[in-house]
Design a protein around this ligand. Structure first.
Ligand code: SAM
Ligand code: SF4
Length: 337
């Protein structure tokens, strides 16, 4: 029997993004409302043992690359031990994590020892006051968070993680910081990626007037940094289009899920912290793995559910079928971005 996951258009699914928690220590304005979002009950969140079981099933179907995310993954207790257990089973060739970096100063070394190879760190501004505005904690509390996040970035570099910076540009808030962020790619071996603000969670936090497209950002950066040459990505399925100034150790990337779609190359599935498999970030279709898992489903039955999720992956989120209902109701912190 074919032990691979294939979606429409012949897309082979090899990448799992796994959210370990819906909790977060920030309230980024593009991701969560200032008051936060309702939290999952503890009992609804998959235990590490349950995640391990699903990871084994996913790996048996050809998922090779794993990214842990959240919410903020580093706030979940016991994370490094869980990652060590994952790695000891040798299930995935490539294990990475997306984080806001706040807890990296104390955790980066244990993550490295546990086998994480890459860190994507969300850093929306160099200036501490603007960072504080972006993460929904204006004032000294947010500025202290800026210090921690940037210390986390430095820790990641000094420990030799493959490091990327993620920034969601919002007009009128952090758009004057974009060149300063992009310049980090001239100094360090990091990709600085600008992610278009996506209307996730029914777009309640999305405003057209604040939206900056990848094209506009590129034009603005070229005005200050000179012409940026396109640079091929090491991983052709990666969503970022990369550009690099000559002789730069890093690259500048654009993830343009809104202005230009990359659905035809999408090779990923998402597993939420409460055990729902999502074929597409931008549609509501979810396949519940938690209930079957907790009521004695066999590995074969779980494999069938993974296949069903692959079968429901829309050709594009703009061409979602009835039942997929785009755009997604869950906000990003509850999906796992
Ligand atoms: N808390 C971690 C962090 O911030 O890196 C991991 C989870 S967060 C949901 C993952 C990524 O999603 C972050 O890089 C964040 O910038 C991005 N993100 C969140 N909401 C978004 C939105 N509405 N549009 C585009 N990117 C978004
Ligand atoms: Fe938290 Fe990440 Fe969402 Fe910011 S983007 S609120 S750090 S989950």
């Amino acid at each position: 029997m074919n032990q691979e996951l294939t979606a429409s258009g012949g897309r082979r699914l090899t990448y799992l993004r796994l959210s370990v928690t819906d909790r977060c220590n920030l309230r980024c304005r593009y991701c969560m409302p200032p008051e936060g979002v309702p939290k999952l009950d503890h009992g609804d969140v998959l235990t590490y043992e349950e995640i391990l079981r699903l990871a084994r099933v996913g790996a048996s179907l050809g998922l090779k690359k794993l990214r842990l995310t959240g919410g903020e993954p580093l706030v979940r207790r016991g994370l490094a031990g869980f990652i060590r257990a994952l790695n000891e089973e040798g299930l995935f060739q490539d294990l990475r994590l997306t984080t806001n970096g706040i807890l990296l100063p104390e955790m980066a070394a244990s993550l490295k020892a546990a086998g994480v190879v890459g860190l994507n760190i969300s850093l929306d501004a160099v200036d501490p006051a603007i960072y504080a505005e972006m993460v929904g904690l204006p004032g000294p509390a947010g500025e202290k968070m800026a210090g921690r996040a940037w210390a986390g970035f430095r820790a990641a570099l000094s420990l030799g993680f493959e490091t990327k910076i993620n920034c969601v540009p919002i007009r009128g808030v952090n758009d004057r910081q974009l060149t300063a962020l992009a310049r980090l790619a001239l100094e360090y071996p990091v990709d600085v990626r600008f992610i278009e603000h996506m209307p996730v969670g029914r777009g309640r936090l999305w405003e057209e007037s604040c939206f900056l497209s990848a094209g506009e950002i590129l034009t603005r950066l070229e005005r200050e940094l000179g012409r940026l040459e396109p640079r091929p990505a090491a991983d052709p399925s990666a969503p970022a289009r990369l550009y690099a100034p000559a002789n730069a150790p890093g690259a500048i990337g654009f993830i343009s899920a809104v202005s230009a779609h990359f659905c035809s190359g999408c090779n990923r599935l998402r597993l939420t912290a409460d055990g729902k498999l999502k074929p597409c970030l931008l549609t509501d279709r979810e396949i519940n793995l938690r209930e079957p898992l907790r009521t004695g489903a066999s590995d074969q039955e779980l494999r069938e559910l993974f296949r069903a999720a692959a079968g429901h992956k829309p050709v594009s989120h703009l061409e979602a079928k009835p039942g997929d209902s785009a755009p997604a109701e869950r906000g990003m912190s509850r999906i796992g971005g």
